[in-house]
Unconditional design. Structure first.
Length: 110
């Protein structure tokens, strides 16, 4: 796993929390939303371990329910702790975005 993978994993967790905060969702739907948002390289083998870790850390709550098609699916919703973590991630991301752009803004101008 290279350094970019580590950075992406942390960013993905924040993005997953954000998507789940808007609407209770299941894994495949979440994967589609991530891909539609530009994370084309994300695969189930990346997503499901992240969901398991978020659930283990009590940031999300998983519940098996029947889907409209009658199939049992594991639906995820944000916990209170997950909501606080999402707010913290957003604050950190906004600061990081500005700080990195301040440094990289002139990169390549030499």
């Amino acid at each position: 796993m290279n350094n970019n993978s580590q950075i992406l994993k942390g960013i993905l967790e924040g993005c997953i929390l954000s998507i789940i905060s808007r609407q209770e969702t299941y894994g495949y739907e979440l994967l589609k939303k991530l891909k539609e948002s530009g994370f084309e390289d994300i695969v189930e083998g990346t997503l499901y371990p992240l969901l398991l870790r978020l659930e283990k850390n009590e940031l999300i709550i998983a519940e098996k329910k029947k889907s409209p098609t009658g199939i049992n699916r594991k639906y995820y919703k944000l916990s209170e702790v997950g909501d606080m973590e999402l707010k913290s991630f957003i604050d950190y991301w906004n600061k990081l975005y500005v700080d990195v752009n301040n440094i990289l803004g002139g990169a390549g101008d030499d």
